[in-house]
Ligand binder design. Structure first.
Ligand code: R5P
Length: 244
């Protein structure tokens, strides 16, 4: 699984801390990225030791890792269908976590997140939003008083130009994400393209989220507002857990 910046030891502490929250019988949303991968590995160890848990993957990569680690899987449709067990908790990483600045500011922003550095945010949002509890796993390099990273926007290939125009209209600068190891764009697990949209510091993530969601051609964007319940931040010496 692809690794982004930040200390791997801190990511591991965060991921393992969240994986310890899983209890017998749980259905667990399995996030994507290098931090969530630590949670999946730890969950795999716990399943190997006898824990009864099933995973709902959020990407090709998380499915592959979970399968490799022996975690039984269940489809999202089956999990949340009329006779399904639901999703007890989801564990997922983030590219940026808004702390809101001084004071106890996580509540000010609702722990708003930017996700999608691995282009998995559409399925991640489906699973994270469907879970009874959403646990974010991160290292301190992800924390910021305000969100200011580019917002990944998954678009239908035919909607690329129209969405780019709408993003400019909303004050952003879109850039088509290009693949590192192939000529051409990144294609998501859903067969779509990604525009990384720079808006500068986000004064109102919820308003921008609503604007992007209402834009024809947008499949999903990487702003996760009001979804996180707990944030597990791996540090040099341990883990800090913030309730949102
Ligand atoms: O699309 C990818 C996901 O949103 C990841 O959860 C996010 O990019 C964080 O990944 P990492 O833990 O590798 O920094």
């Amino acid at each position: 699984m692809k690794t982004s910046g930040g200390s791997d030891a801190m990511k591991r502490r965060a991921g393992e801390s969240a994986a310890e929250r899983v209890t017998d019988g749980d259905v667990v949303g399995l996030g994507t990225g290098s931090t969530a991968a630590h949670a999946i590995r730890r969950l795999g160890d716990r399943v190997d030791a006898g824990l009864d848990a099933r995973g709902v993957p959020t990407s090709f990569a998380s499915r592959e890792l979970a399968t490799d680690r022996g975690i039984p899987l269940i489809d999202l449709d089956e999990a949340i269908g009329p006779d399904g067990p639901g999703i007890d908790l989801a564990i997922d990483g983030a590219d940026q976590v808004a702390t809101g600045g001084e004071g106890s500011e996580i509540s000010e922003t609702g722990g708003a997140l930017i996700k999608g550095g691995g282009a998995a945010h559409a399925r991640e949002k489906l699973v994270d939003a469907a879970a009874d509890r959403f646990l974010v796993v991160a290292d301190p390099s992800k924390e910021s008083p305000r969100l200011d990273r580019s917002v990944p926007v998954e678009v239908l290939p035919a909607g690329r130009t129209a969405v780019a125009a709408a993003v400019r209209e909303a004050g952003g600068e879109p850039t088509l994400r290009r693949a590192e190891r192939k000529d051409g764009p990144v294609v998501t697990d859903n067969g779509n393209l990604v525009l990384d949209c720079a808006f500068g510091e986000l004064a109102d993530p919820a308003a921008l989220s609503a604007t992007l969601s209402a834009t024809p051609g947008v499949v999903e964007h990487g702003l996760f507002v009001g979804l996180a319940d707990e944030i597990h931040v791996g540090t040099d010496s341990g883990v800090r857990v913030d309730e949102v």
